[in-house]
Design a protein around this ligand. Structure first.
Ligand SMILES: NC(=O)c1ccc[n+]([C@@H]2O[C@H](COP(=O)([O-])OP(=O)(O)OC[C@H]3O[C@@H](n4cnc5c(N)ncnc54)[C@H](OP(=O)(O)O)[C@@H]3O)[C@@H](O)[C@H]2O)c1
Length: 259
C-alpha cells in the first residue's frame, strides 16, 4: 500500500499534492491509456498544460493540450520533446504510457521457450525498458525542483518476479522487470539530487486497449477496465504517492507490487 493514503475516486481536489498550476507530459499519448490520461488531465482545473507526446498523433484537442512527435527508439526526438515541453516552465508530472506486447503477425507473447527469439526480445526491450530510460534521462532534468514531482512509467504486474506463477510471456515479463529495476535505480539517484522527485512504476489493471485485446477475452467484464476508468485510478495514485514510495511499483488501487 502507498505510504500515505489510499487510492480513491477522482475528485476536483485530486492533484492537490502538486503545485496549483500543473504541467504534465504524457509520452505515448496516442495509446488507449495515454489518450485517456491526456483527456482526464486536460479537463482538470489544477492542470495548466498537457504535452501529448507520441509517434502517432493523439486525438485529444484542447487549448490545454500541446502535441509533439516522439519515437521511443529515437533519442533525438525524446530530447527535443523534453526541451519543447519545458521551454516555458518546468514540468510537474511525466507519465510514460508507451509499451508493446505484440505487433502484427510477427511478434506475439511466447507461450513456451520454443517460441523465444533474441531479435524479438530486443524489440520488446527497446520499447518497454530502453525507451522509458531514455525518457527519464531527458525529462528528469526538466522537472520542477522545489515541490513534489512524479515520473511514472506504466509497468505491468507480470513484470513482478515474485508474482510470476503462470510463466510464459518471456520477453514482455523480462522487459517490465528490467523497467522496474531502471525505475528503482533512478529513484535512488533522484532522492540524492532532488528529494521531492518521485519515480514509480504503475500497473493500470487489465485495460481494454489494442495492446491487451487479443489476450483479455477470458477476463471477467468487472475486471476489465475502460481506459478512462484506469486513467482515473492512476491519477489518484499519482496524487497519493510520496517520497517513501519512490522506486516502487503500484497497482491502480494503490497497492504495492513486489519486485
Ligand atoms: N492494457 C492493459 O491491459 C495493460 C496491462 C498492464 C500494463 N499495461 C501497460 O500500459 C502501457 C500502455 O498500454 P495500452 O494498453 O495503452 O496500449 P496501446 O493502446 O497499445 O498503446 C501503446 C502506446 O505505445 C506507443 N508506442 C509503441 N511503440 C512506440 C515507439 N517506438 N515510439 C513511440 N510510441 C510507441 C504506441 O504508439 P503508436 O500509437 O504510435 O503505436 C501507443 O501510444 C504499456 O506500457 C502496457 O505494457 C497495459
Amino acid at each position: 500500500m502507498l505510504a500515505h493514503g489510499r487510492a480513491s475516486l477522482l475528485t476536483m481536489n485530486t492533484l492537490e499534492s502538486f503545485t496549483p498550476s500543473i504541467r504534465i507530459a504524457v509520452v505515448g499519448a496516442s495509446g488507449g491509456i495515454g489518450t485517456a490520461l491526456v483527456q482526464l488531465f486536460s479537463q482538470h482545473p489544477r492542470v495548466a498544460m498537457v504535452y501529448a507526446l507520441s509517434r502517432t498523433p493523439c486525438s485529444v484537442v484542447s487549448p490545454k493540450v500541446t502535441h509533439g512527435k516522439l519515437d521511443m527508439t529515437d533519442e533525438e526526438s525524446i530530447a527535443s520533446c523534453a526541451a519543447m515541453a519545458s521551454s516555458e516552465s518546468p514540468l510537474d508530472i511525466v507519465v510514460i504510457a508507451t509499451g508493446i506486447l505484440w505487433s502484427g503477425e510477427t511478434l506475439k507473447p511466447e507461450k513456451s521457450m520454443r517460441e523465444f527469439d533474441a531479435e524479438k526480445l530486443s524489440q520488446v526491450l527497446a520499447i518497454n525498458a530502453v525507451g522509458p530510460a531514455m525518457v527519464a534521462k531527458h525529462f528528469l532534468p526538466k522537472l520542477r525542483k522545489n515541490s513534489k514531482t512524479v515520473l511514472a512509467a506504466l509497468s505491468a504486474r507480470v513484470g513482478s518476479i515474485g508474482d510470476n506463477r503462470l510463466g510464459g510471456w518471456y520477453s514482455y515479463r523480462a522487459s517490465k522487470a528490467a523497467l522496474n529495476m531502471l525505475l528503482k535505480t533512478l529513484a535512488i539517484e533522484q532522492a540524492r539530487l532532488w528529494p521531492q522527485s518521485i519515480v514509480v512504476g504503475l500497473h493500470p489493471g487489465t485495460v481494454d486497449t489494442g495492446l491487451s485485446r487479443p489476450y483479455s477475452k477470458s477476463t471477467p467484464a468487472e475486471k476489465l477496465f475502460s481506459p478512462e476508468t484506469s486513467a482515473g485510478h492512476l491519477v489518484t495514485v499519482l496524487d497519493n504517492v510520496c517520497q517513501e514510495d519512490s522506486g516502487g511499483v503500484f497497482a491502480w488501487d494503490g497497492k504495492r507490487i513486489e519486485n
